[in-house]
Ligand binder design. Structure first.
Ligand SMILES: O=C(O)[C@H](O)[C@@H](O)[C@H](O)[C@H](O)COP(=O)(O)O
Length: 253
């Protein structure tokens, strides 16, 4: 696993613009090397803003979108098309505007989907999707996994000291009684996140500064799940000035 690196941008809009440029470059490089690229999307304000910036970017059409596999780190277990679903927000921000191959857009099932109101079945189905695209490890080696970070240090829908953060077997879990609404979700586990080559933790605002600093100070992932979100080759914390306010001195340029 890689040691975290910190990149600080002046404000959230610049962070989203720079992460969008970074994402386009990473996809283009992966496609040049292997023909395809795989990206894990995140919900939340920053993750959605990044996709909006990709959509507005002149470099957007440098990507062969038909050869991009898209996944989600987590999903709110709501009916298809619900405005609070991460999928709905990602489609509006970018996915509806680029020529993706629908068979490569790997959504987590909605609560009115193939498995009805059964988040455990939806999670198991997503684990099968991942396994079908992976080698014996059961999870693809995503090129990039983007994550938002909660004030208490959650990533995807893995919350502090929750069943999801203690999960050791499954690659995808159903989350019930989630402290942040809506209460029912589907999420990758931290061990699945750690299959990614690069993990980008993106967050803004002073309310996140404590969680960022604690994660970078070597917190236990059970208490602060973001501390366990590591990429095989790169772990990048993309912050605005406010979220970086308490970053330990050893991470400052
Ligand atoms: O489903 C969710 O609620 C999101 O996926 C969540 O994990 C989000 O990424 C963080 O809470 C950060 O959100 P902000 O970027 O809006 O602060």
């Amino acid at each position: 696993m890689s040691d975290p690196q910190v990149v600080v941008h002046r404000d959230g809009d610049l962070l989203a613009a720079a992460a969008a440029a970074r994402l386009v470059t990473r996809i283009v490089d992966a496609q040049a090397a292997r023909g395809v690229a795989s990206v894990v999307l995140t919900g939340g304000r920053t993750g959605t803003a990044v996709l909006e910036h990709v959509n507005r970017s002149a470099a957007r059409d440098a990507v062969d979108w038909s050869r991009v596999d898209l996944f989600w780190g987590d999903e709110r277990f709501l009916p298809s098309g619900h405005p609070d679903r991460n999928e709905t927000q990602a489609r509006a921000a970018l996915l509806d505007h680029v020529p993706l191959d629908p068979s490569r857009v790997h959504v987590m099932e909605p609560s009115d989907g193939a498995f009805g109101d059964d988040p455990e079945a939806a999670a198991a189905a997503y684990a099968e999707v991942l396994a079908s695209l992976a080698g014996p490890e059961g999870v693809p080696a995503f090129d990039v996994c983007m994550l938002g970070v909660g004030e208490e240090g959650h990533v995807a829908s893995v919350f502090p000291d929750s069943p999801a953060v203690h999960e050791k077997e499954r690659t995808v879990v159903a989350v019930r009684d989630c402290p942040k609404p809506p209460p029912t979700r589907v999420s990758l586990t931290l061990s699945s996140v750690r299959h990614a080559h690069e993990v980008w933790l993106m967050t803004t605002g002073e309310a996140k500064a404590g969680a960022v600093a604690t994660a970078l100070s070597g917190a236990d992932e059970v208490e602060l799940p973001a501390a366990g979100a590591l990429g095989r080759h790169r772990t990048l914390w993309l912050l605005d000035t406010a979220a970086s306010a308490k970053v330990p001195a050893s991470f400052r340029a």
